[in-house]
Design a protein around this ligand. Sequence first.
Ligand code: BES
Ligand code: MN
Ligand code: ZN
Length: 507
Amino acid sequence: MDFSTQTSAPEKIKTAALVVGVFADGALSPAADAIDRASQGAVRAAVKTDFKGKAGETLVLRSLPGIAAQRVVLAGLGPQDAFSPKVLASAYRASLSAAAGLGVAEAVSALAAVPMQGADMRARARLAAIAAADVTYRFDATLGKRDASSRPKLGRVALAVERSDTKEAEAGLREGGAIGNGMSLARDLGNLPANVCTPTYLGETAKKLGRTHKLKVEVLDRKQIEALKMGSFLSVARGSDEPPKFIVMRYEGAKQKPASRAKAAGAKTAGQGPIVLVGKGITFDAGGISLKPASGMDEMKYDMCGAASVFGTLRAVAELGLPLDVIGVVPACENLPSGRANKPGDVITTMSGQTVEILNTDAEGRLILCDALTYVQRFKPAAVIDIATLTGACVTALGHVNTGLFTPDDALADALLGVSRQVLDPVWRMPLDDDYQEQLKSNFADMANIGGPPAGAVTAACFLSRFAKGYRWAHLDIAGTAWRSGKDKGATGRPVPLLTQYLLSLS
Ligand code: BES
Ligand code: MN
Ligand code: ZN
């Protein structure tokens, strides 16, 4: 997707589709008003009869007299006093998908220029680019007949803004464009079936990303993983014939910038180390010997969406050339039942030396992440964020709206909560009190891998906390937010916006 800005008067903008905003109380945005005047009242006439201005509503007006644009798309902005970044994003999505539905190749949106409290021009432009990528995303890699005509032709979007806002709008578009590209990569990886998107495939994808985006990539194989004594990760991997991979991707941006700026960024990240992102890469989770029910099991191909978000975020960060160091780490394997699989009651030794009694082989995410959390200590990170489709309990707690955020670090929590609101990729902080640790007691090992039914998302995070030692750490449980079920089944690309915006905020 190609993004740019436009500063002509709305009625003079030559485009296939010009989007202007209308509020629910009939108030017109400045651009809608300009179109209305130049067309002798065409917008107000439509608003009287066919258009309520509800958030997400659209109406296409064609060939208006005195208007250079071929079509004007009215976008509802809801009640004026409730106008917010969220409403704006829904108006972007609705209007751009209406434009895409018209079959046009380019469109101009005047929505970013609508004045708003709570989001500056840069943030508003960023949301526009994310929305454009979102509504034009299609996954057709596994269709027998790839029908090019079913792909939206919409490939260029310009924002109509005041001349004085051009710079900020362009910066926001660049950021949003990179976030959109990162989300598309994450969605593609998530949507690919597990017979294609294997641990080996993820490793190859990492190497490819390394070549196109200048990342240093290492893909460790079983032997190297054994040498690291990742007994917990390997115990999960052993149940499958697919070889495990341990993927390390490094983006080194800190050294590229002038020394003066290096200091400033270092101060902000409270340390000179890299930010490390650890993504759960279970390319299929059948549950192992603690087998999952058949119904809906196909969706466990999405159990690598944490890993996918790490790939997507690194792509975005590299594209933006951010002046900081980011390392992505992905333990990747399958969780299947077999003659070599973990059995309930098995005790394994993690890379940290702590032992774990596996009471449920379906709680495998924490078993692969714990060794990755130990491994990353070597980087002396400024902070570590792990991202995982970890628990059904998190879906029960927060549904499909908020990602679960767990961290003992209040400052890190506040930083992540703040940027999550900015990019509309919401997270909700969950508790992590020591008292929950009791539920992980085992008679036969240092801990059990499950804590029983109460607070399942919290005890999973508690398990991880025992390995996240020696650095600042946050855990994101994306089980409810990484993909959608039902007729719109598909990966969402979350939380690439959150992670990328967090890294932007540090640079
Ligand atoms: N990948 C699942 C978590 C999951 C389940 C994500 C449903 C999205 C939807 C994870 O590996 C798992 O199976 N967790 C178990 C843990 C339990 C055995 C303690 C769960 O949530 O049921
Ligand atoms: Mn599982
Ligand atoms: Zn899982």
